[in-house]
Every structure is written in structure tokens, then in C-alpha cells.
Ligand binder design. Structure first.
Ligand code: ADP
Ligand code: ZN
Length: 622
């Protein structure tokens, strides 16, 4: 992978590849080679260059600063907003034999003092610090007393004022450069747009940083967007038929919906937990911890949940409300399948989502430019929902990257039909025109469709709408089909939700061209197909391709790992990832030396767990 043609501003020698980096990668992390741009980034930072790294979730950002921190003299200082995850990150490094610690508000003064002492004494390879802590006088004085290998600014998009993860303290981080002009800085994010990239570089004063932009494709994630009908039933079907026993996240827009949905799933025998900013800190921490540590927990959450969660085996992310932007959608779905194994990104959206979000934008505080920006973001999201071509292509196009159709999204697997909806659109638009013109009334989608289909509802009778010329002209289409037409008209800006009346529909300037027959309109036909795509059935442990013998070794190793993780009080993946257990199961080593060759088994883990793993395998052979 390359840095996509960005001007090479660094001064480091591009040919140079530091042998110490490869040695540390193998010995400490147990990996045989770097991935993608990792090598180039690591070399650049080791030589003292600044870097701005854009890599999707699961792309391997951590190694980009961890390896240089181990090679360069001094401590790598990692700035991260994710206080709740620092303990796990430090535990994972400690398991690898790396000397790591953190400073944040959850510590008591004794712990703080000990970490500070260790830093000054040069006993730390990595130090994680919350940004608000870093900006304190005390912390600055502390840092001045030790030796710093580099600054890593994780989740760097938090500096962007337009994103929903904005943290004001991040703006203060530009001072790092002033205070420590000779210490290299590496900023990392999984956010992909050019606008954000430029904004990060500007606000963090990363003027000479080399930019590394990886491909943002996540080929193992299957995208699936469906029309919302009975969303609870649809969600349940997804969880039961495709993801029984799997860990996953269900995103909702509101706190109430989070609570209701979690409670509903629990009544259906699913181990679901709620997470939103309105819950007490202790409850949030507890739910997050259960999600990370236990198998098969479903987290029902607002977007307050998820950033930096590095649980590798999240098998699905389901949205039961429409996300506000493609960028948000990509971030949230990206939390599925970090381990590279198959995962699902599922979204149900309907007419009400469009109406509701348009209204929220109209009512939002802020100036017109701000509202236009929100509107454009929503339009792009709707475009993704209504597209008849490859979802992944559309998604990556949004980030300026192009691919051929992916073969792993609903549209590729079950190509939707499109149909000439010009006449249907004309019928609907003229019905709205009549209603607005002649009656000046407030009405919603349901009433409009009743009129088109010629239904004698109390409301139709009461208002005498049966006499309208448009009454009953749409009997040829089902109610569902009309909803689909209406949604697509809204998505394409051919209709708008009136700001005055709740949910009242109004024509736009563009509607006229359709009404006058100057424009044909191709629409997407909703597939009445079940949720399930042509997926091969999977068993719970997700290792369908392992031979039967290896499968039982894998299961044995998993329960061995569960025991260790429990006794250490850490998530299972901190001990070993599934991918590593898979490799061990396939290799079935009977010596420590052979075990050491397995990807993901570094020197420290071999020392700590080698014997015990060999025993576990040997027992199985008896
Ligand atoms: P990110 O922070 O970009 O989301 P991580 O740093 O958590 O990604 O890495 C994702 C996964 O890939 C982790 O399990 C990590 O151990 C693994 N990984 C990263 N780089 C390599 C590599 N060079 N070889 C093998 N596995 C790797
Ligand atoms: Zn596709």
C-alpha cells in the first residue's frame, strides 16, 4: 500500500528499514511481518519523523507507535481519550512483557506517584495519558523530567469540531510541538475523509508530517441495509438466524429506545445490556466490562458507546435507526470483525427515520451553514441506503477510494431491481399538491397513501378527501410500495418535510420537473426477501473451516484461555486472540520451539503459557 500520492514531506530515508523494528515485532509481539504501511510508518517515526496515520479499525494502528516506542530511547507517551480502556491496554502490553502504565483520573495518589517515579527513572516503555491530564501543569513538569521517545495522539479525529467525538482538550495538543520540537509525533485515526485529515494536520500543527492513508475497505464485513417494517422482529430474526450466541452491538438513536430494546431482547432470552450517557458511570463501566470479558453479550447502545473498543470478535453491528452520516455509519460498523473473520453490518431504516432526521436538522441550533452541512451528510447516508449498486463501492467512494463491486453486500448478493417510478411519483406529488393547495391541511404519510389507494378511513370521510381527483389513483401499488416511493422521493430531495407542521409533506423546486414529465425517475424495488443472504451456516465458535481434529483443539484452548483470563481479571483476547488459537490448533506443536513459531506467540507469552498450552494439547491426544 502506498500513501496515495501525498507529497512526501518527510526527511527520513525511505529506503532505510530498521532491523531493530523487525526483531521487536517477532520477539515481543510474535508476528512475522508488518502489514500494509506499518513498516514505512515505523521506520519514519523511529528516525524522528512526524506521521499522520489513517487506517481502518482493525488495520493495526497500535503497532505503529508501540514498536518505535520500544526502539527509541525513552518512553512513548500515548494520548488517548479512552480512560475506561487504558487498564485493558496496559494489561495487554504487560502480558507481552512491555513496561506500560497509565495516568488518569481513576487512580489514587499512591498509584499516580508510583507511575510518575517509574517514568522519571526511565522504567517505562509506554505511558498512556488522558488529554486533560497531559495539559495540567503537574504533568508537563513530570514529562520535562523524563525522556520521551515519541508522542502518539490516538483517536486524533477528536480534534475535529465537526465530528461527534470532539474533545476540546485535543485543541491544546498543538503545544506538544512547541514544548518538545524534537520529539516525533504520530497522530492516528480510523476516520477517513479528506476534510478530517486536513483538519487534524492543521489543528495539531502537524505541518511536516508524512501522511499515510490505508485502504478503508473492510472486506470481511458484509453490509446489509433493509427496509424497516417491524424492526424488533427483524432484529430478532437477524440475531437468532445469523448470529445466535455471537457478541454484537445494536445502535439506537435515543436513550429510551436503548432501554426498551435491551429489555425486549432480554425477554427473548438474549443476553443484552444497555449503554448510553444517561446511565451512571458505574453501570456503564460494568456493562462495558461484561461485554468485553464475557462471550456472546449484545450491547444495545447510543453512539456514546464504541470508540476504541478493541474487542476483536464483535460479529455484528446492527443499526435500528438511521445514522446521521456515512462517516458515523462507517465508524460504527467498523467495530465489527476486527479479527478479520466474517462479520455483519446490518441497518434497518424507514420513512419515519427520514422524516425524523430532517425535522431534527431543521430544529437544530446553529446557523444555516451548519444545517446545510448536516443536511448534506444525511443525503449521502440516504444515497447509500437507496443505491441499487454495490454498497461497499458507494461507501468507499465517499472516502475517495474506488473498488470494483464487492460480492459481499446485499446488493451484490441479491441485486435489487429498479423500476420506472415516474408515473407513481407523479401521482404522489400531485396528491400532495392537491392536499396542500385545496385543503391547506396537516397530514402524514399514512393519510396520503390512504387517499392514493382509495381507502375509506374515518379521516378520509371526515375531511371529504374521497372527492379529490387523486383519490384512488394509486390502487395498483401496495401500501409498502407507496412507502418505498415516498422514502425515495424524500431521499432524492423531490419532497421535503414541512418545517411548520409535524410530518407534513411539501413539494420542492425539483418536484416540478417530475410533475411536468421532464424527468424520468428510476426507483429501487424493495426485495421482499428474508434477511438471510446466501451465507454458509456458521457454528458458534466461528471456525467453520477448521478440520474436525483442529476444531476440538481450538475448543480446548478456548476454555483453557477462559480460565486464565478469569484468574487474571482480563478479557480473553488480552491472553491470546482467536486467530492465534486457531493457528496453534492447526499446527498442534509439541515443543516450545514449534509453539514459538506460531504467529502471535511472542517470547513473554511463550514463557508464561507455553508449557500450559502444550499440556492442554497433549491431554487431548490421550
Ligand atoms: P487498530 O488500532 O488499527 O484498530 P489494532 O492495532 O488493534 O488495530 O490491530 C488489530 C489486530 O491486528 C490486532 O489483533 C493486532 O494484534 C493485529 N495485528 C496488527 N498488526 C499485525 C501484524 N503485522 N501481524 C499480525 N497481526 C497484526
Ligand atoms: Zn457489494
Amino acid at each position: 500500500m502506498s500513501d496515495h500520492g501525498f507529497t512526501d514531506l518527510g526527511t527520513a530515508d525511505p529506503q532505510f528499514s530498521d532491523p531493530r523494528a523487525a526483531e521487536i515485532l517477532a520477539r515481543v509481539f510474535g508476528y512475522e511481518s508488518f502489514r500494509g504501511d506499518q513498516q514505512a510508518i515505523v521506520d519514519h517515526v523511529i528516525q524522528g519523523g512526524d506521521a499522520l496515520v489513517l487506517m481502518p479499525t482493525g488495520g493495526g494502528k497500535s503497532l505503529c507507535y508501540q514498536v518505535p516506542s520500544l526502539v527509541r530511547a525513552g518512553t512513548g507517551v500515548v494520548i488517548s481519550p479512552l480512560i475506561a480502556l487504558m487498564q485493558d491496554q496496559v494489561d495487554a502490553l504487560t502480558e507481552l512483557g512491555v513496561r506500560a502504565a497509565f495516568l488518569n483520573s481513576t487512580q489514587d495518589w499512591q498509584d499516580t506517584r508510583e507511575v510518575e517515579r517509574a517514568f522519571v527513572a526511565g522504567e517505562l516503555d509506554l505511558l498512556y495519558v488522558a488529554p486533560e491530564r497531559l495539559l495540567t501543569e503537574r504533568c508537563q513538569q513530570l514529562l520535562a523530567r523524563g525522556r520521551i521517545a515519541l508522542f502518539a495522539i490516538d483517536e486524533a479525529h477528536c480534534v475535529s469540531q465537526w465530528g461527534h467525538d470532539f474533545r476540546p482538550e485535543y485543541l491544546g495538543l498543538s503545544m506538544l510541538h512547541e514544548q518538545w520540537p524534537n520529539v516525533p509525533r504520530i497522530a492516528l485515526t480510523a476516520t477517513a475523509t479528506d476534510v478530517t485529515r486536513v483538519e487534524i494536520a492543521e489543528r495539531l500543527a502537524l505541518n511536516d508530517a508524512r501522511h499515510y492513508v490505508a485502504s478503508f475497505d473492510r472486506p470481511n464485513i458484509r453490509y446489509h441495509i433493509v427496509e424497516k417494517q417491524d424492526v424488533r422482529r427483524q432484529l430478532l430474526q437477524l440475531l437468532r438466524q445469523e448470529h445466535a450466541g455471537d457478541a454484537g452491538i445494536v445502535y439506537c438513536l435515543s436513550r429510551n429506545k436503548v432501554e426498551d430494546t435491551a429489555a425486549f431482547l432480554c425477554t427473548q432470552g438474549i443476553d443484552a445490556l444497555p449503554y448510553h450517557a444517561g446511565l451512571g458511570a458505574a453501570v456503564r463501566a460494568q456493562n462495558q466490562s461484561r461485554f468485553l470479558r464475557e462471550d456472546g453479550v449484545v450491547m444495545v447502545a447510543t453512539i456514546a458507546f464504541g470508540m476504541g473498543i478493541d474487542k476483536p470478535d464483535v460479529r455484528f453491528v446492527a443499526h435500528i435507526d438511521l445514522p446521521k452520516s456515512v462517516e458515523g455509519y462507517y465508524q460504527e460498523t467498523g467495530r465489527a470483525g476486527r479479527d478479520g473473520l466474517p462479520a455483519t453490518a446490518w441497518l434497518a431504516y424507514g420513512l419515519q427515520d427520514v422524516v425524523q432526521q430532517r425535522r431534527m436538522i431543521d430544529e437544530s441550533a446553529g446557523d444555516d451553514a451548519f444545517r446545510r452541512r448536516l443536511g448534506a451528510a444525511l443525503d449521502a447516508m440516504l444515497g447509500l441506503c437507496e443505491t441499487v449498486s454495490c454498497r461497499r463501492q458507494r461507501l468507499l467512494q465517499y472516502f475517495g477510494q474506488s473498488i470494483t463491486p464487492c460480492g459481499n453486500c446485499d446488493n451484490c448478493l441479491n441485486p435489487p431491481e429498479s423500476w420506472d417510478g415516474t408515473v407513481a411519483a407523479q401521482k404522489m406529488l400531485s396528491a400532495i399538491y392537491r392536499l396542500v393547495k385545496e385543503r391547506g391541511q396537516r397530514y402524514g404519510a399514512g393519510h396520503l397513501i390512504d387517499i392514493l389507494r382509495g381507502k375509506e378511513t374515518p379521516r378520509v370521510l371526515e375531511h371529504g378527501h374521497g372527492t379529490l381527483t387523486v383519490y384512488g389513483i394509486g390502487k395498483d401499488l401496495s401500501e409498502q410500495a407507496w412507502r418505498s416511493v415516498l422514502r425515495q422521493l424524500l431521499a432524492q430531495g423531490l419532497l421535503m418535510v414541512d418545517q411548520e407542521g409535524y410530518g407534513t409533506l411539501a413539494l420542492t423546486d425539483e418536484s416540478r420537473a417530475v410533475l411536468k414529465g421532464e424527468r424520468t425517475l428510476m426507483l429501487r424495488r424493495e426485495a421482499d426477501k428474508p434477511v438471510k443472504a446466501a451465507a454458509t451456516p456458521r457454528n458458534k465458535s466461528l471456525q467453520p473451516d477448521l478440520p474436525r481434529a483442529a476444531q476440538s483443539v481450538f475448543e480446548a484452548l478456548r476454555s483453557w484461555r477462559a480460565g486464565i483470563a478469569r484468574s487474571h481479571g482480563v478479557p480473553a483476547y488480552v491472553i491470546f486472540h482467536d486467530a492465534t488459537l486457531r493457528e496453534i490448533a492447526l499446527a498442534r506443536p509439541d515443543t516450545l520451539e514449534d509453539l514459538g513459531f506460531v504467529n502471535g506467540v511472542g517470547i513473554k507469552k511463550l514463557e508464561s503459557y507455553g508449557e500450559s498450552i502444550l499440556e492442554c494439547i497433549a491431554e487431548l491426544a490421550e
